[in-house]
Ligand binder design. Structure first.
Ligand code: HEM
Length: 447
């Protein structure tokens, strides 16, 4: 676990001869960091001080950190063949789903899903998101009535999982399925610590995977029993299975798990950060609420979108995007060797004071007022960039705007305690529960 202050990231951009290796953190500094059991974000923050590209060697692994917008675009958007995803332990959970797949198989899988996540395709799923948001609203209404405190983080997590589950299956998320799907978190926790010599972990992972597989098998069987495969996204996979041999039940299970994994914790943690930020910045909250209560629908959408964006600038759920350099390359004159581990970090780029003046200030209006945000694509990329950018970006905005437009003007939260540190796991999240008492807002129109 790491705590990170909101300090800006200073930059030095050394001029170097073409073909030179990127500026490098001294090996003794890396060794000292290792010896004291430092956290990765500390090492990366130090490396980012060396410039938009910086290198260090960890064990025998050459690592290049990419934080400059042009360099990020080079790696993620312009040269996808040169910087590839590598399989890792999460493969046990994700199988051959779209997140982990590569080459022709990935292209085919992505193409099938893509049409479901465009703004036209999304219209089919909008009602599911609205129903999940209404369910969360009912829960908060009940908490406001009884005065019983709630775990805001858990409520938002449930909302995000309910939205994607309804989209996939057509059904609301029930308690048993919710509990079974908790196994996804168990696997994620164990996987990071899993070694060949940890049989206890292996057993726990095997048991958790079996629970996940059982939920997916049931969902697939239910969809098959319904006319035309039911009215969830699952029917798209069942149709693909009818017309070609690739979509076996195993691959359909993998795609289900991929969408569940990619599509709920990211959104849930972003929403948690957003409520936390509003609690820390009452001035911003008041300004936003004025618009939510009295602004036109267009203005409301503009301001809430800016609020989401500013939250993702400071707390991008996917804070680190790893790639493997498949061949020798040069970026901005610096040599990148084949085999290097290449890390792009939205977290560090989004806090670069040269791109984002006063980076530590939480100011959604920088996304609205002309000329206040940098124009380069690679300066703001919470959803990644290029061919492998987030498939669910529009879905995520739809979910977040839907639930926020419902909850923000209607409820005030009194947090018992505000977490002050950050866990830099696969997904960035605040450390500690977000327990709060929920109150109906004055002027929300409800008793
Ligand atoms: C705030 C919410 C979200 C954030 C910040 C986020 C972020 C990202 C990022 C950065 C990537 C690219 C990773 C890489 O290049 O290696 C990604 C990929 C992906 N995301 Fe999201 N995501 C979010 C929500 C969602 C949702 C709601 C879904 C599904 C409904 C989803 C599905 C996916 C999938 C399937 C991929 C893999 C795409 C591929 O490799 O072709 N994400 N996401």
């Amino acid at each position: 676990m790491t705590t990170a202050s909101d300090r800006p990231i200073p930059r030095v951009r050394p001029g170097s001869p073409p073909g030179a290796p990127p500026p490098e953190l001294p090996p003794e500094e890396v060794a000292a960091w290792q010896a004291r059991g430092g956290e990765l974000i500390e090492l990366l923050t130090r490396a980012a001080e060396l410039g938009p590209l910086a290198a260090f060697t960890l064990g025998s692994r050459r690592t290049v950190l990419v934080t400059g917008p042009e360099q990020v675009q080079h790696v993620l958007a312009q040269h996808p063949q040169g910087y590839v995803k590598q399989s890792h332990r999460a493969g046990l959970l994700l199988g051959e789903g779209v997140i982990a797949a590569s080459g022709e198989r990935w292209k085919q899988q992505r193409r099938l899903l893509q049409s479901q996540f465009t703004s036209v395709g999304l219209r089919r799923w909008e009602q599911r998101i609205t129903e999940a948001a209404a369910r969360t609203e009912r829960r908060w209404a009940e908490c406001a009535r009884t005065g019983e405190p709630t775990d805001v983080g858990a409520d938002l997590q449930f909302f995000a999982l309910d939205s994607i589950w309804r989209t996939l299956t057509g059904d609301p998320l029930d308690d048993a399925t919710h509990r079974a799907l908790d196994a996804m978190h168990e696997v994620a926790v164990h996987l990071s610590a899993l070694t060949a010599t940890a049989p206890a972990d292996q057993e726990a992972v095997t048991a958790a995977l079996a629970r996940i597989d059982a939920v997916c098998a049931r969902a697939i069987a239910d969809a098959r029993e319904r006319a035309e495969g039911g009215d969830g996204l699952l029917r798209v996979f069942l149709e693909a299975a009818r017309t070609g041999p690739r979509y076996t039940d195993r691959l359909i299970r993998d795609e289900l798990v991929n969408l569940l994994v990619a599509g709920h914790e990211t959104t849930a943690k972003t929403l948690s950060w957003l409520f936390l930020r509003l609690a820390r910045h009452p001035d911003v909250r008041e300004r936003v609420l004025d618009v939510c209560r009295d602004g036109s629908p267009e203005r409301r959408r503009e301001v809430v979108t800016a609020l989401v964006n500013e939250t993702m600038r400071l707390h991008p759920a996917v804070w680190l995007i790893p790639r493997h350099a498949a061949a020798d390359d040069t970026i901005g004159g610096f040599r990148i060797e084949a085999g290097a581990h290449v890390l792009s970090s939205p977290y560090l780029t989004h806090r670069d004071p040269e791109l984002w003046p006063g980076p530590e200030v939480f100011d959604p209006w920088r996304f609205i007022e002309p000329g206040r945000r940098p124009g380069q694509l690679g300066a703001f990329y919470p959803f990644g960039l290029g061919a492998r950018a987030c498939l669910g970006q529009q879905f995520a905005y739809r979910e977040m705007l839907c639930v926020l437009e419902l909850l923000l003007p209607a409820y005030d939260l009194d947090f018992q305690e505000l977490p002050h540190s950050t866990f830099f796991g696969v997904v960035l999240h605040p450390v500690g529960p977000l327990r709060a008492t929920v109150r109906r807002s004055r002027g929300s129109g409800a008793a």
